[in-house]
Write a protein that binds this ligand. Sequence first.
Ligand code: NAD
Ligand code: TDX
Length: 332
Amino acid sequence: MRKLLVTGGAGFIGSNFVRYTLDHTDDQVTVLDKLTYAANRATLDGLPADRFKLVVGDICDADTVEQLIAESDAVVHFAAESHNDNSLSDPTPFVQTNLVGTFTLLEAARRHNVRFHHISTDEVYGDLALDDPERFTESTPYNPSSPYSSTKAGSDLLVRAWVRSFGLRATISNCSNNYGPYQHVEKFIPRQITNVLDGIRPRLYGQGLNVRDWIHVDDHSSAVLTILDKGEIGETYLIGADGEESNKHVVELILDAFGKDAGDYDLVTDRAGHDLRYAIDSTRLRSELEWQPRFGSFEQGLAQTIDWYREHEDWWRADKADTEAKYAKAGQ
Ligand code: NAD
Ligand code: TDX
């Protein structure tokens, strides 16, 4: 029975990964999470006490990290400040958590020779033109745009250096945009679903033409478990499910699901430095590690996600007003 330490396991992707892992393996899971604004304790309610434990703490706290890593067989590192808009208003916690926090974990992992999997993003590669026939691959040069993506890029480079210099047994995955249950209402899809539920018109940055490559969070989880089990040490794998959609089309799909007019949205102030398009080529993961996404289409996953937010207002309601107040200040 493997003992996994999951950092950031009270956040969106980390918590979905914890549930997925408890359902699909017999691993023991310890979550280390600071419970920042992005976490919600209720997310982890009802998990089996004999296989799951939450430790509230900071990945920058070397003593806590040392103790937990010493007891683990592997670390799956999700913890991060994750929202681009927040990184534009105050980059400070991004540098601290994403860089110093990752460094702190790497140092403990090398001392204890613990297997390490680092969760990262396609945003480290910068953006693509709308009509570019190429997609990101494992050999695309790094070219991050925002404080968020630059700190994620820096954390990836730390992991690579710890592999080469110290022989750390690490892998990295860079995934495209996730959607699904338990995502904070600051993020695009939950924000628009809960706006419509609240009778507020969806808000599109700029002209809504930016493209994101969507993957259901459960497909991200299955890919991470595959890499943890079968990935080659020192290697990077891109995770994606061929889900490119313009933001405008996503909003139209959400409006349609609620029986609203397709034009029932507002165009608002664009994000500074807004990346135009992300697109992942996940051939390597599919051919070398035989991974496949389970969600057949974005529309199918989006419909399930809309139902989840309709049925779980108790989970998201407490964050909605503050989130919208922050956006209103930025004209968004
Ligand atoms: P999230 O913001 O929902 O969750 C982050 C979690 O990390 C929260 O529970 C928070 O409390 C915790 N955390 C933050 N700082 C911490 C610290 N110093 N110590 C301990 N815990 C801390 O983020 P998410 O969307 O679930 O993203 C998880 C990871 O996946 C991140 O590394 C992110 O870069 C990466 N990623 C996200 C996406 C996406 O679409 N959301 C796509 C690709 C990669
Ligand atoms: O109200 C909005 N209107 C809008 O048009 C919001 C919140 C966003 N947008 C746009 C900006 C992006 O083009 O929607 C797109 C998605 O926005 P976010 O949900 O903020 O995601 P993004 O910036 O693409 O980053 C996400 O995917 C990669 C995650 O937040 C990152 O953690 C991950 O690395």
